[in-house]
Design a protein around this ligand. Sequence first.
Ligand SMILES: O=C(O)CCC(=O)C(=O)O
Length: 239
Amino acid sequence: MIAVAPGAIPTEVMLKAIGHDESELGEVLAKWNIPMGRLGTPQDIGAACVYLASDASSLASISLAPGETSQVLHADDQVQPLAKPHVATVCNSMWALTDFTADNGATRVVPGSHLWDSPDYFNGEPDVDTVVAEMSKGSVLVWHGSTWHGGGANTTTDEVRVGVAMNYCAGFIRQQENQQLGIPREVMATFSPQLRQLCGLGMYRGLTGNIEKRSPAEILYGDSPQVQVWDAEPIDPRH
Ligand SMILES: O=C(O)CCC(=O)C(=O)O
């Protein structure tokens, strides 16, 4: 984490700037339509910084500061002991929060490498050409989890490249990060049932991830029951 740029925080300076005192904030909030119904506090920002700098948050946001060297090429599924090529078990995405350029470290990708035959990931970087995924902010790069890729070097003197990497995995393998625990209960409660499933609280094909024949989403948030493999009519032949 290299910079913190919070939104409006009701400090003395900010209140003066908007011409209100603390007792009038309710009125201001109603106009601003702030999702949590309150402004952040300096304590919130501090707590978020401590969280983001801790081991609890490892993959979501990636900033490459000037001078950063290139990341070693790798595949996001390389820890999975499966012969390759194989069907996608992971789909990664990189959301550009700033422009991604060759100079500021745009992700380098090796197109077609997801089809390589059981590559050796631990024998140094392969000697291959990479394509630099330059993109403007707001764009998203999506790749098969077996595709070799890596962050580029940031050779600029003053540009920070910022992106959010979201790693989606098939329902039959474990997520890289346990969002079930990483996302606070009260925040998860505001999500739609679909989003809760995406965060790992559903069942895969009515079986994997169940607890006493129910999904965690049903038990914890009262989401509608998913059809279980035992009750499917007729039984799904894929099981
Ligand atoms: O920062 C980047 O461009 C690459 C990130 C990456 O390798 C990953 O998310 O697996």
